[in-house]
Write a protein that binds this ligand. Structure first.
Ligand SMILES: C[S@@+](CC[C@H](N)C(=O)[O-])C[C@H]1O[C@@H](n2cnc3c(N)ncnc32)[C@H](O)[C@@H]1O
Ligand code: SF4
Length: 372
């Protein structure tokens, strides 16, 4: 029986960043107690008939680090009481700079959390302000140093490129600062200008200019160059890790392993069925057990999705793993798509693997589109 992952969504934030369209609410922290109560009910109810071992837990948001740390302990205890959590499970929490004290981080550690993901985005205060972050670079440094002092060794730092008014030099400066700190993992996301966000309005009004496609590409290759030079393996389109520190949680998602998602707007994938919870906080607080069954995935869609997810990783698709999982050879099954992508120099195929070329890394969206 396969191991599964658990995702817990904490939908509270101090305030909404201008670019963000994740389900997260500012000014609702007074609901945290009630929310955690409902979350624990959901965690317990869903555990019936689930015998799998849990090898990763990811507490994301929103800003999970702003709720009282005793609630984080309660949530993790509840998971352990109701599921078979492996002793060496990877347990991550997302932390926003400036929202934690040494005591809070200490409590996270005592609760069994062994990985932190800190959202920095940029080391430049003017950019942080422009995108509506609640912190400056110094807040990040304090949080990072406190985390190290408390004993967290496995830390990820999130950065963003393609931000309004961001220059290539800004990106280089951020990278230079970060590699000095030597976190085990760095995620770098290209800004997605989401509909109905403040940032979209600002850009439409001409208040900010976004870097053009060429500049954004240069930023991406600069990220790759600097991080690789400093001992990070580029193992997924947006992710870089020191040896032994790839994110297991993300890796499992790209390998199409099952996971259960708890909390408002959380989704789950179990027995090839996708479920999603309501994205309305009030509705969730009324009844946290209500699920929308989105789709029972057809076998054909499962195979396509496996290709799409696997081609996010730089190691690509292991042909024999595919054969073992689905009893078919992906080279025949997808020969039309693969022929086209190889001709366009977006994919390369060797004896064991199908993977992105460097042009494919640049234009990964075009590759994934073939398997939608
Ligand atoms: C959902 S956020 C949660 C983490 C935490 N709340 C924070 O903001 O630091 C996870 C990461 O997604 C990235 N992200 C959020 N919105 C994005 C967008 N519109 N485009 C690109 N990346 C985005 C940011 O790098 C962020 O750190
Ligand atoms: S802190 Fe994170 S989740 Fe909250 S609004 Fe900002 S980007 Fe979104």
């Amino acid at each position: 029986m396969e191991n599964i992952g658990i995702y817990v969504h904490i939908p509270f934030c101090v305030r909404k960043c201008y670019y963000c369209d994740f389900i997260s609410y500012p000014n609702k922290l007074e609901k945290q107690k009630e929310y955690v109560q409902k979350l624990k009910q959901e965690i317990e109810q869903r555990s019936k008939n689930i015998k799998n071992y849990v090898d990763t837990i990811y507490i994301g948001g929103g800003t999970p680090s702003i709720i009282n740390s005793e609630y984080i302990t309660e949530i993790l205890n509840c998971i352990r009481e109701n599921y078979k959590v492996k002793k060496n499970a990877e347990i991550t929490i997302e932390v926003n700079p400036g929202t934690v004290t040494e005591e809070k981080l200490q409590e996270f550690k005592s609760a069994g959390i062994n990985r932190l993901s800190i959202g920095l985005q940029s080391t430049k205060d003017r950019l942080l302000e422009e995108i509506g972050r609640i912190h400056n670079y110094e807040d990040f440094l304090n949080t990072y140093k406190t985390a190290k002092k408390v004993g967290f060794r496995n830390i990820n730092v999130d950065l963003m490129i393609g931000l309004p008014e961001q220059s290539l030099q800004d990106v280089e400066d951020s990278l230079e600062e970060i590699v000095k700190l030597n976190p085990k993992h760095v995620s770098v996301y290209s800004l997605i200008l989401e509909e109905n966000t403040k940032l979209e309005v600002f850009v439409k009004l001409g208040k900010f200019d976004l870097p053009d496609e060429e500049l954004e590409r240069q930023m991406y290759w600069k990220v790759k160059e600097v991080l690789e030079q400093n001992g990070y393996e580029h193992y997924e389109i947006s992710n870089f890790a020191k040896k032994g520190y790839k994110s297991k949680h993300n890796y499992n998602c790209w390998k199409q392993h099952s996971y259960l998602g708890f909390g408002v707007a959380a989704s789950s994938y179990y027995n090839n069925i996708r479920y999603s919870n309501t994205d309305n906080l009030e509705e969730y607080l009324k009844d946290s057990s209500k699920k929308n069954i989105e789709e029972k995935q057809s076998l054909e869609d499962t195979k396509k999705e496996y290709m799409m997810l696997g081609l996010r990783t730089l190691e690509g698709i292991d042909i024999s793993e595919f054969k073992q999982k689905f009893g078919e050879n992906p080279l025949y099954l997808f020969r039309k798509e693969l022929d086209k992508l190889v001709k366009e120099n977006l994919l390369e195929i060797d004896l064991n693997n199908i993977k992105l070329t460097s042009k494919g890394v640049d234009l990964a969206n075009l590759v994934w589109e073939e398997f939608v």
